[in-house]
Design a protein around this ligand. Structure first.
Ligand SMILES: [Zn+2]
Ligand SMILES: [Zn+2]
Length: 425
């Protein structure tokens, strides 16, 4: 369908148009994919059905090489295009998340993330196959199925296993209550604190006991007091998971879980040191022993790449997206394991409206993420991601610029890390 002779900008806009047509044509199977995942919500690292659904999906598509159980039991990889060889091949990655929340199902809409990733990859591949001279554009499209975003951080495990090596740029998009190019994604480390005391009858001879609940309360209160001395954008929040079993037994065991967050990963050790003093002093005050266990994976803040954001904004706007400029919304922060990815490969993680005003992590959002109304918005997002990938493929200097921004952003973070760690020692 494409004429042999075309200026490169005319070719690019024609390809973008075709991309939209091809993605729309695949709507029934893409919708089916997200509906299947939505119908069977699975928790982090246990997404066996979603893994199977996505692996089957790509196995049935012509031209894709699929690796099930790639690096993790419920992760996968699907690849289209030439092997990475000595010649320059641009390796474009799309990420699919698919885990759900306990008790709420797909209240974060990760079923739509999977659909958007699959749609964008399928669309890009289909349009590249229509190019008159494919050898002029050596491209590899890689889809990574990344489990356990809500708990644990599957992408962090996969990074450790080298799953992102060889990728030049990665794309994903997250459902939200509005279209946003970026929302603050801060660094986070989870910690579990366990106090061990000695049980005793709480009325007959309480003095024989060592009260682990007292330690938990002191710990909680010390952290509350500490907040005054923390930077306004640092966050410490937690729960008492085990506070004893019966009022007439002095609790001999209690357990708390806290999330510690700072805007950059460089600041996290400073906060951890302060928090750890609260954990340990509560044990000292009560005579308990304490165990402090930080989770295996630390979530990093998300780096921003301006060129990618600008391109996505242009493509999204052309498709009718209205990106929020609401200052309050742009301050809302969370954490994602995509942050860690941005320290390894440049990428973008915009947010998209799904046709409902519900807030994520609520029952209402679960309904919205499974509603047919979300389809238009999900596919529009896939188109914008894919169009942005096309921009980079057709203009190698843009990819080069993004790589420079990546080096620069990483250096800035490393400098901050060095500065803060010298201050602490
Ligand atoms: Zn979530
Ligand atoms: Zn999420």
């Amino acid at each position: 369908f494409l004429p042999e002779e075309m200026s490169s900008s005319a070719l690019l806009s024609e390809l973008k148009h075709r991309l939209g047509v091809l993605i729309d044509a695949a709507e029934p199977k893409l919708h089916g994919l997200s509906r299947d995942i939505w119908t069977c919500p699975e928790l982090a690292y246990q997404e066996t059905q979603a893994h199977g659904t996505l692996v089957d999906f790509f196995s049935q598509e012509p031209g894709w090489t699929v690796d099930p159980h790639f690096k993790l039991d419920t992760a996968f990889r699907a690849v289209w295009g030439p092997e990475l060889g000595p010649g320059p091949v641009v390796n474009v990655g799309f990420l699919c998340e698919f885990d759900a929340l306990p008790g709420l199902g797909h209240a974060c809409g990760h079923n739509l993330i999977a659909e958007v990733g699959a749609a964008a990859a399928l669309g890009l591949k289909a349009v590249l196959e229509e190019l008159p001279d494919r050898s002029s554009l050596p491209v590899r499209v890689t889809v990574l199925g990344t489990p356990a975003e809500e708990d644990g951080g599957g992408k962090i495990d996969m990074l450790r296993e080298g799953a992102f090596e060889g990728l030049d740029v990665v794309f994903m998009a997250h459902p939200s209550k509005e279209d946003a190019l970026y929302l603050p994604c801060v660094a986070e480390h989870d910690v579990t604190i366990r106090y061990y005391g000695r049980a005793s009858h709480a009325s007959a001879y309480p003095w024989e006991g060592v009260n682990a609940l007292d330690a938990a309360v002191l710990c909680y209160n010390s952290l509350s007091v500490l907040r005054q001395q923390l930077k306004p954008d640092w966050r410490v929040h937690g729960i008492i998971k085990n506070g004893g079993v019966k009022p007439n037994i002095i609790p001999d065991y209690t357990e708390l879980e806290f999330y510690l967050r700072t805007p950059s990963r460089a600041e996290l050790p400073v906060l951890k040191e302060k928090a750890e003093r609260c954990f340990r002093s509560a044990a000292e005050a009560t005579g308990c022993t304490v165990e402090v266990e930080f989770s295996k994976n630390r979530f990093d803040n998300m780096l921003r790449f301006w060129t990618l954001e600008q391109l996505y904004e242009q493509n999204g706007t052309a498709l009718g997206m209205e990106f929020t400029t609401d200052e309050e919304v742009l301050k809302e922060s969370g954490s994602t394991d995509f942050g860690n990815v941005t320290f390894a490969v440049p990428g973008i993680h915009p947010y998209f409206y799904i046709g409902a005003n519900a807030l994520v992590h609520t029952q209402e959002y679960t309904s919205a993420a499974g509603d047919a109304r979300a389809q238009f918005y999900a596919l529009r997002t896939a188109k914008a991601l894919s169009m942005t990938a096309l921009d980079l493929l057709m203009n190698p200097q843009l990819l080069q610029k993004i790589k420079e921004e990546f080096t620069e952003e990483k250096h800035k973070e490393e400098d901050k890390e060095t500065r803060l760690s010298t201050q602490r020692t």
